[in-house]
Design a protein around this ligand. Structure first.
Ligand SMILES: Nc1ncnc2c1ncn2[C@@H]1O[C@H](COP(=O)(O)OP(=O)(O)OP(=O)(O)O)[C@@H](O)[C@H]1O
Ligand SMILES: [Mg+2]
Length: 227
């Protein structure tokens, strides 16, 4: 079953054609990583899919709710961790405060953050803040979760704890679309990798297919990640 269908999506900012003709389908339970050079349109595609931008052309269909986790957490600085998580369930989904807090505490426990419920975002490490933003996204019970470079603002050490959480979501069969520069992680976790290049999907396949691709642009891009 398709959770997400993107058909012939185009998006320009002024004269720059950022998305030229993007078509993509994501199946229930699938993990799709999106890779590609800076400026290739990855974030714009996620923003169109999650309705933060409106495509100029094309069609996007999604079954159920989407959750979104950004690079820079976007937590409300003046709300506690708990309130950051319960705000949307209470005000968007009309769940009682009591129920929302119970759910949120369960999520915090799962993510190893139980003792941070009353902390404020400035009191958290980057890795903790990112895990709170994952808890906040999960609190809305999404059918599909989108990540836009969830670890790129983090030290390698903190990156590990966030990737561990994403792995645990994979074990629970969460459908996920992950924009990432963590190539080994994408290779290990993804069912499918999509390579974007200058506004198009230039290559798409299993991790094995992508990492052994003869496509010059793919090889050039992956070459940058070899140590
Ligand atoms: N709101 C906007 N207004 C004008 N131009 C924009 C806007 N958002 C994105 N762009 C331009 O669109 C192009 C693609 O940007 P996008 O953020 O989608 O790239 P990306 O693949 O996510 O890159 P990165 O890996 O650096 O995050 C860039 O040239 C960018 O400057
Ligand atoms: Mg981006």
């Amino acid at each position: 079953m398709c959770v997400l269908t993107v058909k012939n999506v185009q998006k320009s900012f002024g004269k720059i054609r950022v998305l030229k003709d993007i078509s993509l389908a994501v199946q229930d339970g699938e993990i799709v990583s999106i890779i590609g050079a800076s400026g290739s349109g990855k974030s714009t595609l996620l923003r169109c899919i999650t309705k933060l931008e409106t495509p100029d052309f094309g069609e996007i269909r999604m079954k159920g709710k989407a959750g979104l986790v950004f690079q820079n957490f976007n937590l409300f600085p003046h709300y506690s961790v708990l309130r950051n998580i319960t705000e949307a369930p209470i005000h968007v989904m009309n769940i009682s405060r009591e129920e929302a807090e119970k759910e949120a505490m369960g999520l915090l426990k799962r993510l190893g953050l139980e003792e941070k419920a009353d902390a404020y975002p400035y009191q958290l490490s980057g890795g903790q803040a990112q895990r709170v933003s994952i808890a906040r996204a999960l609190a809305l019970k999404p059918n599909i979760l989108f990540f836009d470079e969830p670890t790129s603002a983090l030290d390698p050490e903190l990156t590990g704890e966030v990737l561990k959480v994403i792995r645990s979501l994979a074990d629970l069969n969460m459908t996920m679309v992950i924009v990432t520069h963590e190539m080994e992680f994408a290779r290990e976790l993804s069912d499918r990798i999509v390579f974007m290049d200058r506004g198009i999907i230039a290559e798409e396949g299993t991790p094995e297919e992508i990492f052994t691709s003869e496509n010059v642009r793919v090889k050039e891009f992956l070459g940058k990640f070899h140590h």
